[in-house]
Design a protein around this ligand. Structure first.
Ligand code: HEC
Length: 257
């Protein structure tokens, strides 16, 4: 017996409601290499080391430690998913889970212990069991992804302001463009903020569209930087600012950027 086909109208409704995003986004392995992400990890470790030096410093820097640890957890999951290898890839998911624990730590002794263990894992020591893949939302809240987006955005803007800076700080700019490519990719997986939107018609599709634009512009910025094309890089960063503002205007007008 043949099942009845759904009516064309219903089919259209299903197509429109389907999550566009999962279909539109490539696998991370096709976007970045593990070796692209490795230098970002070094930088985060440096900041965590400074902020966990002693109890007094830690108390003052606790919010920054939490944020840096979540960022590290995201980078570690990214290394596990990306193509190519770095010396600690076999530990990436164990490091991710230690970093999540570090983000939630409440005292300096514990925080330092976790950081030391993470450093051993980065140096190649066996950390025992490596966990399974986690969704990005389970690694870190979107708020921390966006916090880092905001920090990286400042670097991007600074280094494309003049051709002289573009040349002088090319390595830093490339690292920032890699970070933005990864962060926009991660952010695009979570369109839950669209659910709270008022007065925006078809909010999820609109949110996803901003997310995809943000990701594409980040990626094109990275390509332009790697091609040493100052004008193109500056144009892409400028266009990106419009997407930040538009998405915020529609979905988070309370957040000033
Ligand atoms: C697709 C939509 C979208 C795009 C594009 C976007 N944001 Fe956001 N942003 C959000 C949402 C939603 C939040 C709130 C996250 C939360 O509270 O969980 C947020 C939060 C923030 C925050 C607040 C973080 C904090 O510490 O409270 C800042 C700052 C920010 N975004 C800056 C930016 C910048 C800069 C860009 C572009 C480079 C950008 N955003 C692009 C949706 C977006």
């Amino acid at each position: 017996m043949r099942t009845r086909l759904a009516s064309p109208m219903l089919l259209v409704a299903v197509l429109v409601a389907a999550p566009l995003l999962a279909l539109d986004l490539p696998e991370l392995a096709a976007v970045l290499k593990a070796t692209d992400i490795d230098p970002l990890v070094e930088k985060v470790i440096g900041s965590l080391e400074r902020d966990t030096t002693d109890a007094a410093t830690y108390r003052q820097a606790k919010t920054r430690v939490e944020h840096a640890a979540y960022t590290l957890a995201l980078y570690a999951e990214a290394v596990a998913r990306a193509d190519g290898s770095v010396s600690w890839k076999q530990n990436a998911r164990a490091i991710r889970d230690l970093a999540i624990e570090l983000a939630k730590a409440t005292n300096q002794t514990k925080a330092r212990q976790l950081l030391e263990k993470i450093k051993q894992g980065l140096a190649g020591a066996s950390l025992g069991q490596n966990g399974a893949e986690k969704s990005w939302e389970d690694v870190a809240p979107l708020l921390h992804v966006m916090k880092e987006v905001n920090l990286v955005n400042r670097s991007l803007r600074r280094y494309v302001r003049r051709e002289r800076y573009f040349k002088r700080y090319h390595d830093r700019l490339e690292a920032a463009a890699v970070a933005m490519t990864l962060l926009s990719y991660i952010a695009a997986h979570d369109n839950s903020p669209a659910k709270e939107a008022k007065d925006v018609p078809n909010p999820e599709a609109k949110y996803d569209d901003y997310s995809v634009q943000f990701f594409n512009l980040s990626r094109e910025t990275l390509q332009a930087v790697r091609a040493n094309d100052f004008k193109q890089a500056a144009a892409k960063v400028k266009a990106m600012q419009k997407v930040c503002s538009s998405c915020h205007e529609d979905f988070r007008p309370d957040i000033e950027i």
